[in-house]
Design a protein around this ligand. Sequence first.
Ligand code: NDP
Ligand code: 2IT
Length: 445
Amino acid sequence: MNLEKIMNNLEKKHPGENEYLQAVREVLESIEEVYNENPHFETANIIDRLVEPDRILTFKVCWVDDSGKVQVNLGYRVQFNNAIGPYKGGLRFHPSVNLSILKFLGFEQIFKNSLTTLPMGGAKGGSDFDPKGKSNAEIMRFCQSFMLELWKLIGPETDVPAGDIGVGGREIGFLYGMYRKLARENTGVLTGKGLNWGGSLIRPEATGFGAVYFAKEMLATKGESFKGKVVAISGFGNVAWGATIKATELGAKVVTISGPDGYIYDPDGISGEKIDYLLELRASNQDIVKPYSYEFPNAQFHQGKRPWEVKCDIALPCATQNELGKDDAANLIKNGVICVAEGANMPSTPEAIELFLANKVLFAPGKAVNAGGVATSGLEMAQNAMKLSWPMKEVDERLHHIMCSIHDACVKYGKGSDGYVNYVKGANVAGFLKVANAMLDQGVI
Ligand code: NDP
Ligand code: 2IT
């Protein structure tokens, strides 16, 4: 593999798509060795076939706001690779959404879904629509208009979208309602559905719970656990919420959460009624965590800052991409962090990752750590196909088992001769091999 040549070509073809190029480079660097060991991969030109999506649908979404004004947004679905199963991946509604971000997320999703042990291909979609400050009726009209285009491309055996930033249970409901009307059928075409209409228990908690199950396995390799540890978490969305609950349940103290306005440091720990308060804050569709410090006066709000300056044993970045840079990594290391597990997709910059690895910190990438979300989506699809609902305990046990399998796969392919596990390499190699071998088996299509 001539990595620099591949990257130069991609940069020329897709100038300025920085997040996408960053995600591709990370995977190629990790798999270079196993790729070169198997000449069949090169003969079948697997890399060129993997780094470009199968197809991208771009569409216009027109909707009417509460004042009667017509609004126009852009909608996308990037179907990346379906060698091992139907396209699968979330929808993101955020003003920052563009093709580079959706292509990076769709590309990552191929390897993440491969790691889950379930048959799911990789995809991502979304819109530059900003849900912030919108009424319920506006959200509904937007979702309906979005689905009017998307429904042609998706189906329970074709492509199964789900939530991501800005898309939770409410949005999935409005999207599903419109799909059902257009397709004239009730099928498991979206995951993250409500419990009364095909959803799975544990899916809302799954990404955060899974992230903590994975970090628990990482800690165990060093004879450590969550008990008595101080945890710094960023974000206060779906993933941060689940991770906060599970880390607390395992005996840790979560001392930070964050929003785009800054972060909260609560030395007493964020649990119980404080989490309920955070849920209320989120439901208000506001963009802020500051009010937490009025409600719980022992907590401090740090305007415009990130939580990585706080002394902690475990860091779980759960907000968004590139939210933890080189200086943040240096701060965490200086303060004695032992484990960094990515709940978000690609939250650490390449320079930050390099520093963690060089200092032999336990560090694992989002595609392994946060795979519990899409894995439980896969379990929702299985239940829908059987027209059954599993009890909470069964779904949670399956999720736990899957996270342990992903950890095993990372150790298998990532453990070096000195015993240090490079989870970035392990996750990328394990995820890649399954997909690449499936592509070899199925010929050039
Ligand atoms: P949510 O929309 O529920 O929450 C995201 C939260 O992070 C929001 O509160 C958002 O605030 C905040 N946020 C966004 N940008 C920043 C920033 N720059 N600094 C601090 N906070 C910020 O999304 P999720 O919890 O679902 O997603 C979080 C991450 O996890 C994303 O990277 C997503 O791709 C990933 N993920 C999600 C899965 C899922 O099942 N939901 C599964 C696997 C990964 P605001 O909107 O106000 O900007
Ligand atoms: O990034 C992700 O894995 C998700 N947003 C969840 C995708 C899914 O299909 O459940």
